[in-house]
Design a binder for this molecule. Structure first.
Ligand code: ATP
Length: 362
């Protein structure tokens, strides 16, 4: 990473990916210019578009190109619809997380726009490299086994190292936020006695280095309910991979919908902006997707770059993107909001609203 210049890869993905990524990139370019952030964007092919061009969904050229960038912007991937002869089965997303050791998936959930619940401000810190995910939890191979026609075995992997570093990431985040200074460890240790027992042991160990942060814990089923009935009581939730994946959709639904939920996949060296939502095939190509999640994911990536390389223009660009986006989401005008928020705007109109606000920020 060199001085003030930032090089980012843009991977549009499938379904609504190209629509939301284009919106996020337009906003990024505009905000970067306002803040004199020197930015180079490189488009790399992934997903069904890459399959059409190269016969595979995650070509080696894309992987190599990613290594030359400071960070990546990824749209959603619809792996479920990939052709059976794709060599990159089952999904690039898992490969990227494994290849670049993006062990922490940070998913902030805030009440924005016309959500069901007001005043939610929590972050789900999800372990990203192991647990039940068969595409990434082995050094080599895929950890679902089909020993006979009527039986499938799925392997869950929990390691001390992964638990320790995700716990540390959660406490660091709790400590840096002006929130409730509370970490809630979510598990199912009454059933997954050994694996989640180990997870809890490591979370408790990490807690000792952060005496100013309170530690609570809860069973995943109970926390799922509380994310609907009293989501305001949470600050940071730290959990294993699959629980984190499911709980972030529950929390996003509680706060206002999947179109609003951003996320960052981060490791020691790299980070990737990627909205929580999937490729939403039901609305793909209609031009009505809400790009907020992708836009705010890009802002998270810029903040991460600031923390890594001290690039203040990246931090200011992120701040502007967030302010302008929140202003539009606070709007009571239906014409400015996307359909999923009960508004009438399409993706382009919503993007233009944010660009207008960006131009007016002081
Ligand atoms: P995939 O198979 O890629 O996970 P999916 O449709 O099963 O796709 P999501 O893409 O997460 O899962 O979508 C779940 C629901 O939320 C869909 O009805 C979709 O239209 C809606 N949705 C998701 N993202 C957005 C968005 N950005 N804007 C508007 N609606 C969205």
């Amino acid at each position: 990473m060199n001085g003030k210049s930032v090089k980012l890869a843009v991977l549009k993905g499938d379904g609504i990916g190209p629509e939301v990524v284009q919106s996020a990139v337009e906003i990024l370019r505009f905000a970067a210019e306002r803040n004199s952030l020197s930015l180079e964007l490189v488009e790399l092919k992934i997903g069904l578009e890459a399959y059409k061009l190269f016969g595979r969904t995650f070509p080696p050229e894309t992987l190599e190109g990613m290594k030359l960038c400071d960070g990546w912007i990824l749209g959603p991937l619809s792996a479920g619809s990939y052709p059976k002869d794709d060599q990159d089965y089952p999904m690039a997303s898992g490969k990227i997380r494994k290849e670049f050791d993006l062990f922490a998936n940070i998913r902030p959930i805030k009440s924005l726009a016309r959500g069901l619940n007001k005043n939610i401000d929590l972050v789900i810190v999800r372990e990203n490299t192991e647990d039940f995910y068969p595409d990434r939890n082995l050094f080599k191979g895929y950890s679902e086994f089909w020993p006979n026609e009527d039986t499938v075995l799925s392997l869950r992997v929990i390691t001390r190292k992964a638990c320790a570093r995700i716990a540390e990431a959660a406490f660091r985040l709790a400590s840096s936020r002006s929130g409730k200074k509370l970490v809630t460890a979510v598990h199912k240790s009454n059933v997954l006695i050994e694996g989640d027992g180990l997870f809890l042991e490591e979370v408790r160990k990490a807690a000792r280095n952060f005496p100013e942060i309170r530690l609570n814990d809860g069973l995943v089923d109970s926390v799922a309910m509380q994310l609907v009935t009293s989501p305001q009581s949470f600050d940071i939730i730290v959990t294993t991979n699959m629980f984190g994946d499911i709980l972030s959709d529950v929390a996003a639904g509680s706060a206002g919908g999947l179109g609003l939920a951003p996320s960052l996949n981060s490791g020691e060296k790299y980070a990737m902006a990627q909205a929580v939502h999937g490729s939403a095939p039901d609305i793909a190509g209609k031009g009505i997707a809400n790009p907020t999640a992708e836009i705010l994911s890009v802002a998270m990536l810029l903040k991460w770059l600031h923390s890594k390389i001290g690039n203040e223009s990246a931090r200011d660009t992120a701040g502007d993107i967030e302010r302008a986006t929140y202003e539009v989401l606070d709007s009571t005008e239906s014409a400015a909001l996307t359909v999923d928020l009960g508004g009438e705007a399409n993706t382009k109109r919503f993007t233009r609203e944010i660009l207008d606000r960006l131009g007016k920020l002081v």
